[in-house]
Structure formats: C-alpha cells, structure tokens
Design a protein around this ligand. Sequence first.
Ligand SMILES: [Zn+2]
Length: 464
Amino acid sequence: MPHQTYARAVCLPGFCLLVAIASAFVSAQTSPPWLDSYREPASRIAAAATSNSDAWQRLAELTDTFGNRLSGSPQLQAAIEWAAAEMKKDGLENVHTEPAMVPHWVRGDEHAEIVTPTLQSLVMLGLGNSVGTPPAGVQAAILVVKNFDDLDRHSREAVGRIVVFNVPFTNYGETVVYRSDGPSRAARAGAVAMLLRSVGPPGLRTPHTGVLRYADDAPRIPAAAITTEDADQLQRMQDRGTSVVVRLVMGAQMLPDVESANVVGELVGRERPEEVVVVSGHSDSWDVGRGAMDDGGGCVVSWEALRVLKRLNLRPRRTIRVVLFVNEENGTRGGMAYRDRHTAELANHVLMLESDSGPFRPVGFGFSGNDRARELVTQIATLLSPIGADRIGQGGGGTDIGPAVQAGKLPAMSLNVDGTRYFLFHHTQADTVDKLDPADMSRCVAAIAVMAYVVADMPERLPK
Ligand SMILES: [Zn+2]
C-alpha cells in the first residue's frame, strides 16, 4: 500500500492527522469495501494464470498449425473450426459460430523494381484490397512526396507517375492515413500507382502491409508498401536529380465474398446470465507472417481468461462471453455481424473489451464510458497492481467491438500493453510467436480474467 508507507514516512508532529485524513481519503478512493471481497479471488486468478505458459503454447499451436489467416482463406476457416472445437474441449458453455460474409482478397504474385537508372529490386507488399496491375505491370517515373501537402504542391508532376509517399512513422494513428487514403489522393492527382513508405519504424528492410480505402470519386490504382530503406533510397535519388523509373507488378484481385464466422464461447452467469461482459480478439490476420501478435495472441489471452476462471470454479454473477471476431483487417464484417445478430441484446451488454495491441507486457486498460463506470474500473484495476497492469487510460475500444459499442452506447475497454516493439512487427512477415514472452502473455490472461470477473460479478452493474 504505497499511501500507507507515505503516511508513515512523513508523519511529523502536527502533520499526522492531516496525513491520516489524506491517507483515508486515498484509501476510500481506491479501496471501497465491496472491492475487498475480490482481493482473494483476484490473487488466486493471477496466480493460476501466471503459473503456466498455456496461453503462449496455445498461440504457438494455432500459428504453427494454421499459419496466417486472411479473410476468405481456407487457413482461417480451419482455425475457426479448431478454436470452436478446442473451446468445447475446455468446457466453455454455449460454444458456437455465428456466420458473417467476408471479403476475399488475394495477393497473387507481386514484385517491384527500379528499372532506370539500373535494375534494382524493391522489397514490397501490396496493400490489402488493392487492385492488381495489368500482367506486364505498371511502369512509370516516380514522384516522391513527404506528405499530402507536398503532393498538392507538386500535383501537376504527379500525372502519369507512380507517387511515393515517404512519410516517416511518428505514431500509427498519424501515419496510417497515408496507407488508407494515399492511393485515392495520388489517383486524384493523376498518378498511375502508389508506393508507400511502410507504416512502422525502420526495421530490417521489412515491408508492412495493411488495408487501403479507395474513395468513391477517384480511380482505383494499384498500391503497395515498400521498406523504409527503399523509400529513403528513392528520396535520395530524386533529391539528387536522378530520374527514376519503377515497375510495379501486382496480381491482386478481389474475389466474391465468402461465408466465415465469429467464434463464441461463454461462462454463463449464475444470477444474471442475460447480462454479458464480452472479452475478445480477432481471428483473421494478414496473409504474411503468422498473425501471432495481430491478433492470434489477443484471441488466445481472452479465451484463456475464461478457461482460468472455469478451472478455478469461479462462476460470476453475470455471463462472460469470449468472441473471436472475423475480418478485422480488411472489412470489420465480424464486428458488424455481431452487432446485427445481437441488437436486441445490446442493452444487456455490460462491457465490451478487446485485446488487439499484441499480448506484450500488460500495463492496464484503455476505457471509454461515463465517470462512475471509470471510477469503478479504476478501483478494480488496483487489484492488478501486483502484475503492473493497474493503469486505466483514455480511449478504450477496438475495431471489432466498435459497431456494437456504438449501437448500444456501451462502455468499452482495450487491453493496454507495453507497445514498444509492436509496430516493428505489425502486418509483416516477422509477426511470429517467438517475439512474444510466455510470462507476458500469462499476465495478459490474468489482467483480462480479473477485470472481466469482477465487472461480471460485482453487485453494482457497470453503468452505461
Ligand atoms: Zn489487429
């Protein structure tokens, strides 16, 4: 108890009462009586979750067996069926799949190279949902720009060229707009294709894919990510006045939608089973790497949270439901299908929590909701201080839970982790399980299990 230590340390004559009152105030703020009854189960949950490497082992099995899992792929379908079967074996209740139609984009063969002044390969990955090129590719002089304003200033030079957005990574939210909107911005200026400096910090010449968003009022041009190293090279060549011609060949195409599914399992509440706390991740990934941190890991730690509670025979007052959403990466169809299927039930959703930042060392949760709800989850989070996951920040939510959260005006949470390394691997060939620490993953399980259990069990329903 840090505040008690503090009280002793500064308890000089004349100040004791003041400090004692301040200490009691802090205590009342952080430790209401109802919370005390959860100290013992919380420490039991944390001990059980962190006593093994089950989450990491299960993620390794998932990613080794099925590989990456793009929407519409047979690998994803097999992984979904496996997850439902494993949840049943775990003894989760009401395990089932809920259908959702998903887009079926395929990458095809692709490559890019500098052809003038000399032939040199570029390391690239087509952006998700991009159109392909003609079989012979698109070949044109490049125009490297540093941001959208720079493109606007040079828009006349963009006509007939391949526009290269060389935008250094600051943070994901700021930089990703060049991936999503860059292709249509370049197309409006008359570009024939777009290349993007990968959205991530400099790595080992590793390109990062991700979805683009074509605007309705612009021609659809092929778009790909190149590495930070190659983007810098193109920049240097342009700055030197070298005229550079690049060829881009992409076999990408969008096939008809495919039926896929969200996977759902429950721990049914003992008193108010109709009231639901959702914990979740997304089952699909990009078609590179193994989709370990994005988001096989989020699925597994959410799912393991229910398994730990089940193993400890902790059945909360309300239902805890795990949902493995489909198609986060290039459509959010799973999130929309969940909202549509559960519309009538959304009033009974108490909280939705998503884990989609990689199962690294957990530091707490982001939360969006009203002040009273924030106060309650902040109090609950103090139970997680032994594992360092007690911080409640702003902005909880997730792409998959977004549609239901908005429709039901629900409190939303995201698992927050030490994200130092996440964007190094995000959407790359390097998203593999070996980057993740079993102990960190176990702590993620503990954090989700304790938060979900107490919210599902506490006498007062988390207010909307
Ligand atoms: Zn994700």
